[in-house]
Design a protein around this ligand. Structure first.
Ligand SMILES: CC(=O)N[C@H](C=O)[C@@H](O)[C@H](O)[C@H](O)COP(=O)(O)O
Length: 238
């Protein structure tokens, strides 16, 4: 089954359809429609946050869903599927694979990365480890995750901080690891997605550039603000 899933994902686009509570598109119905649009476009999978969104997308598309739950805990910096509680909720919701924070930072409530991965193996759900460095990718492979994604590069204090996608990490990890390395994070242009595949990625995840209209529009606003508009127009008035 895991083999079928990865054969299906190989070389394809996974669209991350996420809107948190403070985002205008928040809500399972809207994210389900985003996922349907991605399916129509030819995406091979969806990445989604929260049990309600995962459930709705599973019910209304034919695509595999990589589920995660962003939940903040007071005793840890980790917020992507931090403990078994989130894993249980995602399995119940029907996630095809589960993305967890795969960094080596301390987890909440005494949970450990190794313990969480073992638990997921017992429950029979494939694991995507969201890593931020090459060392974390290597370690995640050692402890038996099914694939790694470069999601957290730029979002831990010790990882490479850059505006562009971390293609160097994709290249290094895909050369050194046997398990699939997924490119994810700050991919804004189709040629960057293609470049990630050329650099060795197994598949590519694109989120904000497709499903966060407030960020997409903001980029246009910023670009336009840098330019002085033509002078001499007469402003129409009635
Ligand atoms: C760092 C973090 O929390 N990333 C989250 C992980 O699920 C999402 O907010 C991102 O949208 C996703 O990784 C896709 O990346 P991008 O939206 O840049 O294409």
């Amino acid at each position: 089954m895991t083999q079928d899933l990865f054969s299906h994902l190989f070389g394809g686009l996974i669209v991350s359809c996420q809107a948190l509570e403070d985002e205008p598109l928040h809500g399972a119905d809207t994210m389900m429609k985003m996922a349907q649009a991605a399916e129509l476009a030819g995406a091979v999978g969806i990445r989604a946050n929260g049990a309600a969104d995962v459930k709705a997308i599973r019910a209304h598309t034919h695509l595999p869903v990589i589920g995660l739950i962003k939940r903040e805990y007071a005793d840890s910096e980790i917020y992507i599927t931090a403990t078994r509680r989130e894993v249980d909720e995602l399995i119940e919701a029907g996630a095809t694979m589960i993305a967890i924070d795969g960094t080596c930072r301390p987890r909440p409530q005494g949970e450990t990365l190794e313990g969480l991965v073992s638990y997921m193996k017992l429950r029979g759900v494939p694991v995507m480890a969201d890593i931020s460095t090459f060392e974390e990718a290597k370690y995640a492979e050692e402890i038996g995750v099914d694939c790694v994604s470069t999601t957290m590069s730029g979002y831990t204090s010790y990882s490479s901080q850059q505006e562009d996608p971390d293609i160097k990490l994709v290249k290094e990890a895909s050369e050194a690891l046997r398990i699939p390395v997924i490119a994810e994070g700050r991919i804004w242009h189709p040629d960057q997605a293609a470049g990630a595949l050329k650099a060795g990625a197994f598949a590519v995840v694109v989120g904000s550039a497709i499903t966060r209209p407030q960020l997409i529009a903001e980029r246009y606003v910023q670009a336009i603000r840098k330019v002085e508009p033509k002078h001499g127009y007469e402003i129409p008035h009635s």
